[in-house]
Design a protein around this ligand. Structure first.
Ligand code: GLN
Length: 239
């Protein structure tokens, strides 16, 4: 079995080292004997979505998002087809905002990919915090760090999880992220996947099942250290 991961525009969308998430996906495949390769796309590259099994769209500053948004118009149709065809996507922070219809900032309007019916508007102040969610998709709480000026409204879509600590999508709905088909969008930055192996495995499993059939299963890995770290964070922030 083999998975190909597409990393979109890492030169611009790689805030807080979102690239580390790719390494985590690759390693968790390789540890199970699943071949894995990553293709990093720069702005001038042509993307053939039919080659990809997982797409990662990382975080970026408003300025970088504005630059990328021009490019996204060109790939919108193919990307949409990939998503509607159950392609797996993990989109983080700036990348998460770009999944939606638009991101409105004081500097102007950034047009989104319109892959998920949601939108983002800049609010007063930034939402910066450690964050913990409980997601219906996993037993273990999802832990991470958020830092965003945008407030995201996911309309009638399903959130990734309920906020147990932190701000989440807009600081008031009590929810964080979005799940649409095989797409996960989230504000959780940096080492999202190393910290949350269940989320990494969700992406790998859905990509494998799409490619090799629903019966495909994942061999469990020893995640005792990740579980210990998760427990520690939960105890630290949830009284
Ligand atoms: N520029 C966006 C915001 O501030 C996203 C930032 C990010 O990716 N951390 O809301």
């Amino acid at each position: 079995m083999k998975l190909t991961i597409g990393h979109l525009y890492p030169d611009l969308l790689n805030l807080y080292g979102d690239r580390g998430n790719i390494q985590c996906l690759m390693k968790r495949c390789q540890w199970r004997g699943i071949e894995a390769e990553t293709i990093a796309y720069e702005m001038d590259d042509k993307i053939d979505f039919s080659r990809l099994d997982i797409v990662l769209l990382g975080g970026g500053s408003d300025r970088e998002q504005m630059l990328v948004c021009e490019k996204l118009k060109e790939i919108q149709k193919d990307f949409k087809e990939y998503v509607e065809n159950n392609g797996v996507v993990i989109a983080i922070c700036g990348g998460y905002q770009l999944l939606g219809n638009y991101y409105k900032t004081d500097q102007g309007m950034i047009k989104g990919l319109e892959l998920v019916d949601m939108y983002t508007e800049q609010g007063e102040g930034r939402l910066i915090s450690n964050i913990i969610l409980q997601s219906e998709l996993f037993d273990m709480p999802v832990v991470g760090f958020e830092n965003h000026g945008g407030r995201t409204c996911i309309n009638n879509n399903k959130p990734l999880g309920k906020v147990l600590h932190g701000s989440g999508n807009d600081g008031k709905s009590g929810y964080e992220g979005v799940v649409y088909k095989n797409v996960i969008g989230t504000y959780l930055h940096g080492p999202l996947l190393p910290k949350n192996p269940q989320l990494a495995d969700w992406l790998i499993l859905h990509a494998l099942q799409k490619k090799y059939g629903e019966q495909t299963e994942l061999t469990p890995l020893d995640d005792s250290q990740e579980k210990e770290a998760n427990d520690y964070i939960c105890h630290r922030f949830l009284k």
